[in-house]
Ligand binder design. Sequence first.
Ligand code: GDP
Ligand code: MN
Length: 361
Amino acid sequence: MKLREFEGKRVFAEAGIPVPRGRVIRPGDEPGDLDEFGDEVVLKAQVDVGGRGKAGGVVICPTAEAPARAGDLFGTTIRGLPVTEILVEERLPIVHEYYCAVMVDRSTSQPVVLFAEAGGVEIEETAKNDPDRVRRVGISPLLSGLPPFAVRDLVGAAPKALAPIVSALYRAFLANDAILAEINPLAILEDGRVMAVDAKVIVDDNALARQGIAQNRDLSEREREAERHGFSYVELDGDVGVVGNGAGLTMATLDLIEHYGLRAANFLDVGGGADRERVAHAVRLLALSPGVRVIIVNLLGGITRCDEVALGIVDAGVRQRIIVRMAGTNEEEGRAILGEHGYEMYGSMDEAVAAAAGGTR
Ligand code: GDP
Ligand code: MN
């Protein structure tokens, strides 16, 4: 789950990383006295997208104009997202912007720390066109902190004051079960102080309970519903819904869908021993996902009984076309129930997916 900038900055502050003084305001709030922040402030839209600066989500203005400018900002959307929270901060005299981040490197399955002397809003361009300007050091997950040599390699000839920030960012990354902790820009101010001007922290969804986060804000209504029922559920952007039992069978179905040139809208693993009611819930949930044109149910009857599955499909009563592949326990009974209600059923998953593909041509 992505933390908002002000939440990320709280996490940073707890790890000993200096952050600007600031306060969050919401529409209708009386902004109160902002003079404590000096003559000029920065208004920052707290939306879950990068590149807010370039999209008009970061406004620098005289403090006296801040309430009016905040009012304008509340009325806008930044890259399609409505602005419902603004972080008001002191405006800082920045002399240089660095980039520092810790993330999980999927190819090595370990954390990697990144540092660049040229941070700021152009970092993506720099990383793409001039990747050598971003220094990277992989860190063994067995270590509980950054070894001094790693910090030296990362910071290089940049000011020494940055070194403790890099170490603190790594500690914050570990302590918060993050998959990403990024400071961009990590700023050096006129008076030589170092400051995290922006914060991006993504907490591993599997660690939310341990982090005391009760609800994953990033989940859609349907994903939350799936979580309540204990389904593994993922939304994609095609038009074929997929219900399977077991991760292997579900993934194999997705591969076949790809093979036949179709695109999955979502997939749901009902798990073992799904009964009539669970199957009905699963099918209804999938059918709610926008853009689902056809649903492929691919279930293997072991402890799951095909007749229960068939009844669940009939109960769901969704408007989309449903193509079923079932094999195993009580297959004949299941086939009879589906046949009675006019559903399509196939004995092999290849035939089932081919039928879905055929239907579109
Ligand atoms: P992002 O575009 O979503 O990454 O938002 P940032 O928080 O990184 O802000 C974008 C840019 O605004 C930064 O790279 C800075 O150059 C500038 N900026 C933000 N806060 C301040 C500030 O307090 N002082 C100055 N001078 N510039 C700031
Ligand atoms: Mn930024």
